[in-house]
Design a binder for this molecule. Structure first.
Ligand code: AOF
Ligand code: ZN
Length: 372
């Protein structure tokens, strides 16, 4: 039996599934889905946001309606974000919906983009379209937590990934850190990299591991950008990370040495001068503000204990992605070293467990500071 176009919760779920298909594709645009449903519960067309510069979800769905030879007049459009009202890289979606004769729009969330921010709904209403929003808002926000963080807090959503042993060791005292977790966890880690707008690391990791910090071993339509916190510009211009095509490398530094800057720029890096913080390190607030402007929605951190500790101490970590191998190393470096160790446990931030799952032989915790 067809599901009528009045079952908003049902159709919004469908819409959110479409939005999820844009998980690694649409960055830094939000992941949005749209399904257009006829009055008798017939799906007339559906779509999701394409790669940046490409069509939005509503336009994809309207094209699908047309391709299938359906008539969208009088239909309901379910969309997981307020249809845009601005001319960005693409024309306004609300105009396209109005032109197609859509009678009702059900949205999950308003768009916090100041260029839209309620004007999409207002324009639809002014054109006589019935508008309702709020259905599926929690799920739509979860899917777009990076986009919402960037627009509403002017900072990326910071997800910090660590691979540790049962005793919380991430590297031997000599710094060796590879292969603590197994192949399934490493592959899972790639999927989390793929959904991020950018990966963040510290120069210590670059010097020690000469990592690529790219997406590999899984299908990828784009590479996240790479940001390096490097107060003294010690990143070697010969580092392997410069060999990854299709991404930008941003180096945040407090060092003004022109020769070093030029050598890195010659490798394609964008060197960003930020104020020094205490201990000759870079000011992380300035780094985060710049990344939000870049624009970065989800920032995936893979760094050593020093940068992790600075992020923890500065309260920048929104989410911990912690892989835990069933092994006890018995000494070495922990996952985060604060610049100033706490003197009392009262300062410890409790974490809320979002999930705890087996990934191959390892465990994966997804944790968020309890108050967020
Ligand atoms: C929608 N539907 O599927 C998405 C929207 O530069 P543009 O033209 O691609 O516009 C990007 C902005 O449009 C983005 O920041 C957000 O406000 C909105 N995204 N809007 O109606 C969509 N992805
Ligand atoms: Zn749009």
């Amino acid at each position: 039996m067809p599901i009528p176009a009045t079952d908003d919760a049902f159709w919004m779920q469908h819409c959110l599934q479409l939005a999820a298909q844009a998980l690694t594709l649409s960055n830094p645009n939000p992941r949005v889905g749209c399904v257009i449903v006829g009055p008798d519960g017939q799906v007339l067309g559906k779509g999701h946001t394409q790669a940046v510069g490409g069509p939005h979800a509503e336009v994809m769905a309207l094209r699908d309606v047309q391709a299938q030879g359906h008539d969208p007049r009088g239909a309901t459009a379910y969309v997981s974000l307020e249809p845009c009202s601005h001319h960005g890289r693409t024309p306004p979606c609300c105009d396209a919906l109005v032109a197609a004769g859509i009678a009702r729009v059900v949205a999950a969330l308003p768009d916090p983009n100041p260029l839209v921010a309620g004007q999409g709904f207002a324009r639809l209403r002014a054109a006589g379209v019935q508008v309702q929003w709020g259905v599926g808002a929690v799920e739509a926000a979860e899917l777009n937590l990076g986009f919402l963080s960037r627009l509403m807090r002017q900072r990326p959503w910071v997800r910090l990934k660590v691979a540790a042993s049962l005793d919380g060791i991430t590297a031997l005292p000599n710094g060796q850190s590879q292969w603590i977790t197994g192949p399934a966890a490493r592959l899972d880690g790639q999927a989390w990299r793929a959904r991020a707008c950018a990966i963040l690391t510290g120069v210590g990791t670059v010097l020690h591991d000469d990592p690529l910090l790219n997406v590999r071993d899984i299908p990828a339509t784009r590479q996240p950008h790479l940001a390096i916190v490097d107060s003294q510009l010690r990143t070697p211009p010969t580092a392997r990370l410069f060999e990854v095509p299709q991404r930008q490398v941003l180096i945040y530094t407090a060092c003004t040495d022109a020769a070093r800057q030029h050598a890195l720029q010659a490798r394609g890096a964008t060197v960003v001068a930020v104020p020094a913080a205490q201990g000759a390190r870079v000011n992380l607030a300035a780094v985060m503000a710049h990344l939000a402007q870049w624009p970065v929605n989800e920032l995936h951190v893979e760094a050593g204990a020093t940068l992790n500790g600075a992020l923890l101490a500065g309260d920048w970590v929104d989410e911990w992605l912690l892989y835990q191998a069933p092994t006890i190393i018995g000494g070495g470096l922990g996952m985060a070293q604060r610049p100033q160790p706490l003197e009392t446990l009262a300062g410890v931030q409790p974490l809320q467990v979002l999930s705890h799952t087996a990934v191959g032989d390892d465990g994966r915790w997804l944790l968020r500071p309890a108050r967020r």
